[in-house]
Design a protein around this ligand. Structure first.
Ligand code: 4F9
Length: 262
C-alpha cells in the first residue's frame, strides 16, 4: 500500500518513517509513504503557498495553484488513488475507517496549513475529508501520521504473527484486558494467580472478564453498541450478581450495623 503525503513540511515525516511498526513495514516494502513538498509546485520565486482571504479577516489561506498541481502530480503517479484531506470538518476517524482505508491500493493525504485551503480545491480534487478529533491542529501532518499508523496495522504482512489487528482492542468492540509481565510482585501488587495457573480456559475467561469490566467502567457506550456473545452475557450476569451481593451486604450493614461487627 502506498501513501502520497502532500505537505509543506516533509521533514516532519522523517523519524515517523524510520521507527516502530511503520518503519519496519516501510523497510520490508509492504508500505510506502512518499512525501511530496507542496512548495515545490509554487509558481513564484518566493515559493509562496499562502495568501490573504478574499473578504478580509485575519489568517491566511492555502493558495489553490500549488496544491492543485501537487495533487495532479500525485494522481499522475497513481490514477486509482483517493484524495483525502485531513481537516477538523471531516468524518471522525476510528478503527472502522482505518480498516476501510487499508482496503485501498493508494491514498493521497493532503495536509492543510494556515486557516484552511481554498474551497475550489476541495470541490475539484478532494474525495474524502477525515478528522482525528474536535480540535484545531497547526496543520494536517500529525493527523496524517495518525491515519497512516492506524491504517498500516490493517495492511496484510505488517504486524508480526503474534500481533494481530483482528484481536486488538476495538476490533472486537471491547477494550483490551489488563496486561502483566515480570516481576510477580510490583508496588505490593501481585499478578493475579490465574495468569500463572497455566489453565488456558481459565485464563481466556479471566481476560474476557477483565475486558468486560474495563469496557463497562471506561467506555459503557461501546458495550451498549456491541452484539454480545453468550459468554460475554454470562460474564455481565456474573458481574451483576457480584454487585447485587455487595449492595445486599451493605444494605444489611446499614440496617443493622451490629451485624457487621461495628
Ligand atoms: C485535521 C484537525 C484532522 C483534526 C488540520 C488544522 C485537523 C487540522 N483532525 N487542524 N488543520
Amino acid at each position: 500500500m502506498k501513501f502520497y503525503v502532500l505537505t509543506i513540511f516533509p521533514e516532519l515525516f522523517l523519524p515517523f518513517r524510520e521507527y516502530g511498526v511503520v518503519g519496519r513495514a516501510i523497510q520490508k516494502g509492504v508500505l510506502c509513504a512518499e512525501t511530496i513538498n507542496i512548495r515545490d509546485f509554487a509558481l513564484d520565486k518566493h515559493k509562496t503557498t499562502d495568501d490573504r482571504p478574499y473578504g478580509g479577516g485575519c489568517g491566511m489561506v492555502f493558495k489553490p495553484e500549488p496544491l492543485a498541481k501537487a495533487i495532479a502530480y500525485a494522481k499522475d503517479r497513481s490514477r486509482s488513488a483517493k484524495t483525502i484531506l485531513l481537516s477538523p470538518q471531516g468524518r471522525r476517524f476510528n478503527h472502522e475507517i482505518a480498516r476501510e482505508l487499508a482496503g485501498a491500493e493508494d491514498l493521497i493525504l493532503v495536509c492543510g496549513r494556515y486557516e484552511g485551503i481554498d474551497e475550489r480545491v476541495c470541490q475539484l480534487y478532494i474525495d474524502d475529508e477525515i478528522s482525528i478529533g474536535d480540535y484545531i491542529l497547526s496543520g494536517g501532518e500529525i493527523a496524517a501520521m495518525v491515519v497512516i499508523d492506524a491504517v498500516a496495522r490493517w495492511v496484510e504482512g505488517i504486524l508480526g504473527k503474534t500481533e494481530s489487528a483482528e484481536k486488538e482492542s476495538f476490533a472486537e468492540g471491547l477494550l483490551e484486558h489488563s496486561h502483566y509481565t515480570r516481576p510477580r510482585r510490583f508496588g505490593e501488587i501481585d499478578v493475579p494467580d490465574v495468569l500463572i495457573s497455566g489453565d488456558h480456559e481459565k485464563i481466556r475467561r479471566w481476560r474476557m472478564k477483565s475486558s468486560m469490566i474495563r469496557t463497562l467502567l471506561k467506555r459503557t457506550d461501546l458495550l451498549q453498541e456491541k452484539r454480545l456473545s453468550i459468554d460475554e452475557i454470562d460474564i455481565l450476569k456474573e458481574l451483576h450478581r457480584d454487585i447485587e451481593n455487595i449492595i445486599r451486604d451493605q444494605g444489611l450493614c446499614s440496617a443493622d450495623p451490629s451485624s457487621c461487627g461495628q
